[in-house]
Ligand binder design. Structure first.
Ligand SMILES: Nc1ncnc2c1ncn2[C@@H]1O[C@H](COP(=O)(O)OP(=O)(O)OP(=O)(O)O)[C@@H](O)[C@H]1O
Ligand SMILES: [Mg+2]
Length: 334
């Protein structure tokens, strides 16, 4: 009886990669399984291992699949390229709508303007809207080595879950394992090149979505965005708690929508109260990175695809992001 594809996949699911003690399908990726009569073809991508361990793996797989009834087994193993990313920083917020994506995008652009090599990974499974904020309508392409080439704009390499969706306005329900695979792909299979900073826009909150994404990526630092009012900082504390639990050091807290700048008279109003971001930083012993005012141009830029940090005008927000970017550089080097 011919071997079934599902049997082969089961073998891949339950075979450890010699040398790294991880299962093939959890540490690696299945490219192809084909059964042609009594011949089985397998193609997988796994983390780099030695030639000796690669030979061992081929032998184990061949034996296991032959024992299912196959006469011939052809295995193609390719190695995953290790990414060359110095600091991957996840941006979290206790709840939605506080400006997490706005901060991720503008921080990335400001870091690029400081001469850093920067990427943004939009990992918000609920609403990946970083492409809109960057004004990107193209889709990334996949090269002959099956690597995804990110789209570059304002000096930043951009990759988004949204690029993987057929229609960005159709909500999809992501199941846990699917999220993990998609996020890992956005990190591992993308040709990021050498990066100083990869800014990751997490899904809002500290629920399953944010946790799954945080666990799926090798993170160096966390960063928390909050607004100044008391109800928001209670939520921001949860994000700090999430990073603490996952043992990811927090680079700092950014307070967004700190005060409103009237587009007519330039007067400042603290419509959401005062000092929440500083308070929560102090209470949790993490640095306060700065305040970003609520400015009309920021929202307009978000909608039209020109981040405030990339605008020509001398905006307060632009200056705020510049100062925050400098702090991020200073603190990440420590
Ligand atoms: N400092 C600011 N000044 C003016 N508008 C802002 C500012 N920060 C964010 N906004 C606007 O507020 C809205 C929400 O911001 P954003 O999408 O960045 O929040 P988010 O936390 O990523 O939300 P979500 O939880 O939906 O992902 C956007 O329209 C954005 O343009
Ligand atoms: Mg967002």
């Amino acid at each position: 009886m011919a071997v079934r594809e599902t049997q082969v996949i089961d073998v891949l699911k339950t075979t450890f990669i010699p040398g790294i003690k991880k299962l093939i399908l959890s540490a690696g990726m299945l490219r192809e399984v084909k059964v042609l009569g009594d011949k089985v073809l397998i193609s997988v991508t796994i983390p780099q291992i030695s030639k000796e361990n690669e030979d061992k793996l081929r032998e184990i797989l061949t034996n296991r699949i032959k024992s299912l009834g196959a006469k011939e087994v052809e295995i193609s193993i390719s190695f995953r390229k290790e990414q060359n990313i110095k600091y991957s920083i996840a941006v979290a917020s206790g709840k939605g709508g506080v400006g997490k994506s706005t901060v991720s995008v503008n921080l990335a652009v400001s870091l690029a303007k400081l001469g850093k090599k920067v990427g943004v990974l939009d990992a918000d499974i609920h609403g990946p809207n970083v492409p809109i904020m960057f004004g990107i309508t193209d889709r990334p392409y996949v090269n002959s080595e099956k690597r995804i080439i990110p789209i570059e704009k304002y000096g930043v390499k951009v990759m988004s879950l949204g690029f993987l969706l057929e229609n960005q306005s159709t909500p999809i329900i992501w199941r846990g394992p699917l999220v993990t695979k998609a996020i890992e792909q956005l990190y591992n299979d993308v040709e990021w090149g050498e990066l100083d900073y990869l800014i990751i826009d997490l899904p809002p909150g500290t629920g399953d979505a944010a946790l799954t994404v945080t666990q799926s990526l090798p993170l160096k630092y966390g960063l928390v965005v909050t607004t100044p009012q008391n109800v928001a900082i209670a939520d921001a504390a949860k994000s700090l708690g999430m990073f603490k639990e996952m043992k990811i050091p927090v680079l700092g807290v950014i307070e967004n929508m700190s005060y409103f700048i009237c587009p007519h008279c330039g007067k400042k109003s603290e419509i959401f109260g005062h000092g929440g971001g500083e308070k929560i930083s102090l209470e949790n012993g993490v640095p306060f990175l700065g305040k970003v005012p609520l400015e009309m141009k920021v929202r307009e830029g978000g909608d039209s695809g020109i981040p405030a940090a990339a605008m020509e005008e001398e905006l307060e927000t632009k200056k705020a992001f510049e100062a925050i970017a400098k702090k991020v550089v200073e603190l990440s080097l420590k």
